[in-house]
Design a binder for this molecule. Structure first.
Ligand SMILES: Cc1cc2nc3c(=O)[nH]c(=O)nc-3n(C[C@H](O)[C@H](O)[C@H](O)COP(=O)(O)OP(=O)(O)OC[C@H]3O[C@@H](n4cnc5c(N)ncnc54)[C@H](O)[C@@H]3O)c2cc1C
Length: 262
């Protein structure tokens, strides 16, 4: 079973208080906050390492060069190989250009049975990348999966929905995106850390995966960021003061006055 895990480095949520936006590009100044593995991508790595059954787990990122640190951690968790798509041509990619780069790399890896992603990233949170990779590869996608098993050649997945659960069945190859309920990710082991140091990270450019400049990064992105803003609050809050009984009485009067209650 050959599995590719798409892993996105995201700003460490413990440091989000210090994140700022670049006023010109409207993008997060990511260099100000250290990156960590997107939490749901840890679940994807755990699932891949547990299901590999003699095959290979490749962790794949499209990210700046310092993502090698998160890729090394993924190797220490048990992945066999790490690939970093790193090229200035990838800068400014929206979710489609991101998926296009990942799909092109997966084609170059070749002989892939499963592609695992997180259901969403902690920063962008569009949930689009997994399904877009599946569409570009022309394979089924199972999203927000909370349990996964392989029965012969058939993939069986369970996914929680608002009103209950959905059960999926499909053939391989497929793309699966995971919610956190699927497993408890392992911590890197000492042997894993030593193996990661010797395994190293392979770097590919846009040209290495067969992408023309017009297909990558901002040039290949149909989404253009126009503005970003905090919506103005339409309602005004009013604080009542005094004892609980006095505040309750004042609230009842106000609700009667605005005909919310009789
Ligand atoms: C016009 C525009 C310009 C942008 N420019 C930049 C920029 O310059 N720099 C920047 O950092 N962001 C930029 N972004 C944001 C960028 O588009 C998103 O970070 C990216 O598309 C992933 O979307 P998401 O975080 O919503 O992923 P989701 O779909 O929520 O992620 C789901 C899963 O997909 C996988 N995944 C997502 N992204 C990656 C990745 N890069 N590598 C491997 N796996 C991945 C992971 O498994 C993840 O758990 C830009 C966005 C727009 C619209």
């Amino acid at each position: 079973m050959n599995i590719v895990v798409c892993m996105k480095p995201v700003p460490d949520p413990r440091r989000w208080g210090t994140l700022t936006l670049d006023a010109r590009t409207m993008l997060l100044r990511r260099e100000e906050v250290p990156a960590v593995i997107n939490p749901l991508d840890r679940n994807a790595i755990e699932q891949a390492v547990a299901m590999r059954a003699g095959g290979t787990v490749t962790v794949l990122s499209m990210a700046p060069p310092d993502a090698e640190e998160q890729l090394a951690e993924a190797l220490a968790m048990g992945c066999d190989r790490a690939i970093l798509l790193s090229d200035s041509a990838f800068a400014g990619a929206d979710s489609l250009a991101t998926a296009r780069a990942l799909a092109a790399a997966i084609r170059r890896i070749g002989d892939v049975d499963l592609v695992f992603c997180g259901a969403y990233s902690l920063d962008g949170s569009t949930s689009q990348v997994g399904p877009q990779v599946a569409e570009l590869l022309g394979v089924p996608d199972l999203t927000h999966v909370t349990a996964l098993g392989l029965d012969g050649g058939t993939l069986r997945a369970r996914s929680a929905t608002e009103g209950g659960e959905t059960l999926y069945e499909c053939d391989l190859p497929a793309v699966v995106t995971f919610d956190k309920e699927v497993n408890v990710p392992r911590l890197p082991s000492m042997t894993g850390i030593m193996r990661a140091a010797s395994a190293g990270v392979t770097r590919w450019t846009a040209a290495d995966v067969g992408l023309a400049p017009a297909e990558a990064g901002l040039a290949g992105s149909p989404t253009q960021m126009q503005n970003t803003f905090t919506p103005a609050a339409a309602r005004k809050g009013e604080m009542l003061e005094g004892s609980p009984a006095r505040m309750a009485a004042a609230l009842v009067e106000k609700l009667k006055g605005s005909r919310v209650i009789e």
